[in-house]
Write a protein that binds this ligand. Structure first.
Ligand code: IPM
Ligand code: MG
Length: 361
């Protein structure tokens, strides 16, 4: 059987890091007897340049025909002045919505070798292993009405709407409980129920479905407190489940606990387990094309792809071990190097992970 993988390199550092992911998938295929075929599609700014829109219909069709999608990053200053519907980010939001990828899993795991790379004290972050589950196709990112308009008196207003149906909350809530069940059995639902009606409904639904998961301990936290607790005592968390915008913000915060946002992978899944995999970081236009980007978040996204969509757990474990092994060897990209440490380029780091994978058991 051949697994069909759609590669969406996107903008900025996207092409460089996706090239490393492709190498790694081929190497994992060799080692574990898996066959991969690759197609490529356009998304974001590069799609705007080529076809005038951030998400060509063809890209969605290619994704539907694939077993899984691996995405680099989208965005860049070049496209920032266009109208809202022609921004590169709309491509990313559009593909999430079109494929129904409502469950975004963002694990923040601190490799012990990187404990010194975090800006937080070692004892605060050592051993950190949490997962943020972000609702990805609802909330204020997609709610209507939205837009900027001019009232009759000439006042301009900007408007977005945070809206969730009970079914949307229940679906992501169950994802949270299911994942907590496979880990430390603690689920923290993050909301702003002291102010927002959306959050009050969110909390009510979480409490209702908790009855189906008596083995998981459910707690609730307001999002402002959660942001503070993430940097104060992040190890108190096991699995966090939250709405789209809160999850966007908290997952960047969690990323820094692990030393660098360049280390954080993500999986965006739909009801069938089909998924789009991408690093949590953005397109970093300032270092694009310079071989300075850390490919490890993308390579760890490959591990998630193998695990969640393809069900190839042995290959996924091997990729994660290969990443741990290069870190153990002291290999670093610029973002995770301490002063004086030798810095590898993007492809050199990718090659090192491939070598570790081939050499490992
Ligand atoms: C992310 C990013 C995106 C988001 C942007 C690029 C649209 O920040 O995946 O976290 O806000 O979802
Ligand atoms: Mg974000």
């Amino acid at each position: 059987m051949t697994y069909k993988i759609l590669l969406l390199p996107g903008d900025g550092i996207g092409p460089e890091i996706v090239a490393e992911a492709e190498k790694l998938l081929l190497a994992a295929g060799d080692k574990f007897g898996l066959d991969f075929s690759f197609t490529r599609g356009l998304i974001g700014g590069s799609a705007i340049d080529a076809s005038g829109v951030p998400l060509p219909d063809e890209t969605v069709a290619l994704a539907r025909a694939a077993d899984a999608v691996l995405l680099g990053a989208v965005g860049g200053e070049k496209w920032d002045r266009g109208p809202a519907h022609l921004r590169p980010e709309r491509g990313l939001l559009g593909i999430r919505k079109a494929l129904g990828l409502y469950a975004n899993l963002r694990p923040a795991l601190l490799f012990p070798q990187l404990v010194g790379a975090s800006t937080l004290k070692s004892d605060v972050v050592a051993g950190l292993d949490i997962v943020i589950i972000r609702e990805l196709t609802g909330g204020i990112y997609f709610g209507e009405p939205r837009g900027v308009e001019t009232l009759t008196d000439g006042t301009r207003i900007g408007c977005n709407t945070m809206v969730y149906t009970e079914a949307e909350i229940e679906r992501i809530g169950r994802t949270g409980f299911d994942i907590a069940r496979r880990r430390g059995r603690r689920l923290c639902s993050v909301d702003k129920a002291n102010v927002l009606e959306t959050s009050q409904l969110w909390r009510e639904v979480m409490v209702r479905i908790a009855a189906d998961y008596p083995d998981v301990e459910l707690s609730h936290m307001y999002v402002d407190n959660a942001a503070m607790q993430l940097v104060r005592a992040p190890k108190q968390f096991d699995v966090v489940v939250t709405e789209n915008l809160f999850g966007d913000i908290l997952s960047d915060c969690a990323a820094m606990l692990t030393g660098s946002i360049g280390m954080l992978p993500s999986a965006s899944l739909n009801e069938t387990g089909f998924g789009l995999y991408e690093p949590v970081h953005g397109s970093a236009p300032d270092i694009a094309g310079q071989q300075k980007a850390n490919p490890l978040a993308t390579l760890l996204s490959v591990a998630m792809l193998l695990r969640y969509t393809l069900g190839e757990a042995a290959a996924a474990d091997a990729v994660e071990q290969a990443v741990a092994s290069v870190l153990q060897q002291g290999l670093r990209t610029g973002d995770i190097a301490l002063p004086g440490e030798r810095v590898l380029g993007t492809a050199q780091m990718g090659d090192a992970v491939v070598a570790a994978l081939r050499g490992g058991v």
